[in-house]
Design a binder for this molecule. Structure first.
Ligand SMILES: [Zn+2]
Ligand SMILES: [Zn+2]
Length: 341
């Protein structure tokens, strides 16, 4: 930047600060943001559209991996835009994906094994022949939200909500209310904050088992740094197993992590880790998945440096060296019983 440009930039910043001080945080400095967002969307919309159209054809999650990787990466730049959660083009993309998902979910019958749908961020829906389970179901950040009407239909078709921990990208009190209103359990690892008025109606389980129709959920106590987190293992009666790790990272418990107590290694079909998990590699010495289904990519409620684009997802999975699938938001992964290893 040359000296003149620096001076102009400095003046603009001073002016923005002055108007912010004068008019409060919603005016002044933020006034230009909608134009920036409009400009960003005019650049990114064609990429969202290309990916959405490709996904509308319901490609298999396990075939044509090179093509899938290239298509998913189309939206990396868009979702690394700092204000991605305010972008109408990102909101349209999520809504379109969720409309496709709910139609698929409502039309599906599972006669054996399980079907796992991957939703925004680290949410999954697991359907077995006898039960359907939601994990960390949220509406989403900013304007990038699963429509409430679709959330209501998810609540209607699932039997229980398992919550891994009390962080904002995994918790949605409106969604909890819907489950509780329907007389369905919301399971959490520790009591909710006092501000949640229905905290006494939650089911607090730090470690233990939850009986479900035709399936058993086991709760393993883990941590994200110092915060309590639950890892949930779902096992169906025909032998399919899936484990959702939440935001487990146990980074302050190196050497005494919960999974080191599991001997011999636990063989499961599908492991659903958060893709940024720093100790995924040591965990894999104890938990042997046939398939990895990553979550927590593109959490656009986080600052840019806390997000993980698809390029990162693929880099991590390649380094791990186990079979994996990378579904987009709203795609299904069918898990046969038994899953071939
Ligand atoms: Zn998270
Ligand atoms: Zn977290």
């Amino acid at each position: 930047m040359n000296r003149q440009k620096r001076t102009i930039a400095g003046l603009a910043a001073a002016l923005a600060l002055f108007s912010a001080a004068l008019f409060g945080p919603t005016c002044g400095a933020r006034a230009e943001t909608p134009d920036d967002i409009t400009a960003a969307c005019s650049e990114y919309s064609p990429k969202f559209d290309e990916l959405a159209a490709w996904l509308d054809a319901r490609p298999s999650v396990s075939e044509n991996q090179d093509e899938r990787e290239a298509k998913l990466k189309l939206i990396d730049d868009a979702l690394l835009y700092p204000e991605a959660k305010l972008m109408p083009c990102a909101a349209d993309f999520l809504r379109r994906r969720m409309e496709t998902f709910i139609a698929d979910f409502e039309a599906s019958t599972v006669s054996s094994g399980a079907v796992i749908w991957k939703l925004y961020n680290h949410t999954v829906i697991i359907q077995t022949p006898e039960t359907a389970i939601a994990i960390d179901l949220i509406q989403g950040p900013g304007i990038v939200r699963t429509p409430r009407e679709i959330i209501e239909r998810i609540v209607a078709r699932t039997d229980i909500l398992l919550v891994t921990h009390h962080h904002g990208d995994h918790v949605d009190w409106d969604v909890w209310d819907m489950y509780l209103d329907a007389g369905k359990k919301v399971v959490v690892p520790e009591p909710a904050r006092k501000e949640y008025r229905r905290r006494d109606e939650l089911t607090v389980i730090r470690q233990g088992k939850i009986e479900l129709p035709g399936a058993l959920a086991t709760v393993f106590p883990s941590y994200q740094k110092k915060d309590l987190c639950s890892s949930y293992l779902i096992k169906t009666k025909d032998g399919v197993s899936a484990m959702h790790l939440g935001d487990e990272n146990n980074i302050m418990r190196l050497g005494s992590e919960w999974y080191r107590k599991i001997k011999p290694p636990m063989e499961i079909d599908v492991l659903i880790p958060n893709i940024w998990c720093p100790n995924l590699k040591p965990l894999l010495d104890y938990i042997k998945p046939a398939l990895i289904l990553p979550g927590h990519e593109h959490e656009i409620g986080h600052p840019v440096e806390g997000r993980r684009p698809y390029s990162y997802v693929y880099r991590v999975l390649r380094a791990v060296g186990l079979p994996y699938v990378v579904p987009a938001w709203g795609e299904r992964v069918s898990v046969p019983a038994p899953l071939p290893r």
